[in-house]
Write a protein that binds this ligand. Sequence first.
Ligand code: SGN
Ligand code: CA
Length: 536
Amino acid sequence: ITTLIITLSLSTLLFSCQEKKVEEKTKRPNIIYIMSDDHAYQAISAYDTSLIHTPNIDRLAHEGMRFDHAYVSNSICSPSRAVTLTGKMSHFNSVKDNLDVFDSTQITYPKILQNAGYETAIVGKWHLKSQPTGFDYWEVLPDQGDYYQPDFRTPNGMINEKGYVTDIITDKAIAYLDKRKKNEEPFMLMVHHKAPHREWMVAMEHLQAFKDQKIKQPATLFDDYKGRGKAAQEAEMRISDHMGLTNDTKVEPEIRDAKGFKPFMGWYDFAYSKNLKRMTAEEKAKWEEVYGPINEDFKNSDLKGKELTAWKYQRYMEDYLGTLVSVDENVGRLLDYLDQTGLAENTIVVYTSDQGFYLGEHGWFDKRFMYEQSFRTPLMVRWPGHIKAGSVNKDLVQNIDYAPSFLEAAGVEIPTDMQGASLLPLMEQKKTDWRDALYYHYYEYPGIHGVKRHYGIKTKRYKLIHFYYDVDEWELYDLEKDPDEMQNVYTDPSYAEVKETLHQKLKDLRKQYGDSDQLTQEMLKADLKRLEELGL
Ligand code: SGN
Ligand code: CA
């Protein structure tokens, strides 16, 4: 009898353990990582209500956590994506600029999750050149991708889809989730939008979303760069001088200057014309109906100087924000799907961008700089039962932290060579010893938009930046007194002590992350050789 009782209770114990194991396994959260391309936090109403209303993206902040000090470590597309996948800084992950090819044999968090029994998938922009690895399902845009009738790279070759890119990416994401509905294992799905990337081409139904709305101008739209050094002065991303009339503000190419040439048409006019050609006849007709009168007015207006810049800013914003109407709508569609299928409960949903973007601040468009608008990104995370709805985090977090966070959430060990830290304690509002400074390093120079190479450190209050290669200039900003970063106080004697502390901190951080003058010089040398080989 005793033996029988022991056997019975042992088997009950074993059974309940197994049950618990199964339960725990099914309880592992799904992860949906939505990342747009160049989406500035200034253009999300959860952060700033002055430009656009984004009720669907805002849901993630209202139902989850909004991070107010989320940053990248290298504000440009391919590098940011490589950092996110590997949890390592650019100098250790093979992609420090948009020309590098991602080493796809590296350990990435999708690979680790896949090994741990997750089903992994990616749809949308990839921009890492090499073939995606670590995904059970992938359909990605070739290179930058197109807005209309986009092509997708798939394991079975290139396919073409009819429609607008943001809608299609969401359709594919939902179709994927629907198809795997009955699967037991958890999933990790990356939804990478192309929008709102330049050439800011809007879905037909939203072409007039901002028509007749005067968009608020940033205080620094007519910046003269006086308080800063050569890097800001020489960058080629000014709305006034470097924003093309044709591709950027959609003024049709028949505009010619006195000599019969098209006024400022960069090589990148290609992307715009290519997308015009991709439109169906119906779309082209609609396009002309909307832009025709705008062009007509422009041709008759003879705008110059500040007036022309203001006009370009308004046009730029109408299109940039217009593409975001689709992004917001499609985030809503995905969130509704999660609600309808009951997936929302056990799914972590992240919304972020690959970097920030200038919406006219300092007179600029584009990104790259360690100044706030491009360095900082939106970041919102919803995770029912773990993250308090409507919570706000003010710690310094960075895209190196995403991979460790997802691994910890999935209950998987974080490789010791990942350089970020899991955000879980912050999400769950637990006491933790968090970093007080961020490291940054940007490399793509000489290159498009002419932003000089720089690295630096940011604390909550200060920012110290070193621009190098064809200059040797240091900049220091007191963000409390000068949030717009208009006055470099590096040589101001009253900051001598602060400067010294920051220099020391920068030194420590470089050491901690394994970056150094020697590595920087080696990388520079290799880049210059590559540019020479490419004849650039
Ligand atoms: C294109 C854009 C640039 C942009 C880079 C990098 N020109 O070259 O303005 O900085 O991409 O963007 S375009 O006219 O072709 O759009 S990134 O997000 O991929 O890094
Ligand atoms: Ca980008």
